[in-house]
Design a protein. Structure first.
Length: 190
């Protein structure tokens, strides 16, 4: 990919008015803003939100409350230097409150590692994702997720451009990989 000088300068920007990007991702040519939009195809429906760094985790935890108490967790990591694939590992049958208490100790990883994502789902097939673009995605009970986003002042904009739809870069560091490995151990994932 050829990067222009202007794109390189844009990559240094983390604040766009009231919107602040996490340290995990930068955009070359998009002026990100808060909001959410819906996605639907013949297999599933989803709602995807772009949220400022200051309230990203708060909304993620609020979305977690929609799920049943017994949940499944999938950790996603792109830290393998020798592969472009995302490594996924998972744990089934963990209590939602226990998971939340563990995740609180790893908020810096979740929020600021551009090579890390987490998906959580329950038996009802309700699912939330905090992806590596630092977007929040909800599946299964779209109306409840819409209400949460609106409660935090996000506006539905079906034309909202998301970072994953633009030219962007993921940012990470060695300290995050070691935290990812610690999180795996704490969750009992081998």
């Amino acid at each position: 990919m050829n990067i222009t000088e202007k794109q390189l300068q844009n990559c240094k920007i983390s604040k766009y008015g009231d919107f602040c990007l996490s340290d995990g991702v930068r955009t070359f040519d998009l002026h990100p803003k808060q909001g959410f939009k819906h996605y639907k195809d013949n297999r599933f429906s989803a709602v995807i939100a772009s949220v400022s760094k200051e309230i990203l985790l708060e909304i993620f935890y609020e979305m977690l409350e929609v799920l049943e108490d017994d949940i499944y967790v999938v950790l996603q990591s792109g830290h393998d230097k020798f592969s472009e694939d995302i490594h996924e590992c998972w744990r089934e049958g963990i209590n939602k409150s226990v998971l939340k208490s563990i995740l609180i100790d790893y908020e810096n990883l979740i929020l600021n590692d551009g090579l890390f994502g987490i998906s959580i789902f329950d038996e009802n097939r309700y699912e939330i994702q905090f992806d590596d673009h630092k977007a929040l995605i909800g599946y299964g009970c779209i109306e409840k997720f819409d209400q949460i986003f609106e409660m935090y002042g996000l506006v539905c904009d079906e034309n909202l451009e998301l970072i994953q739809e633009s030219t962007h870069v993921h940012l990470s560091g060695g300290k995050f990989y070691s935290k990812f490995l610690e999180l795996k151990v704490e969750l009992g994932i081998e």
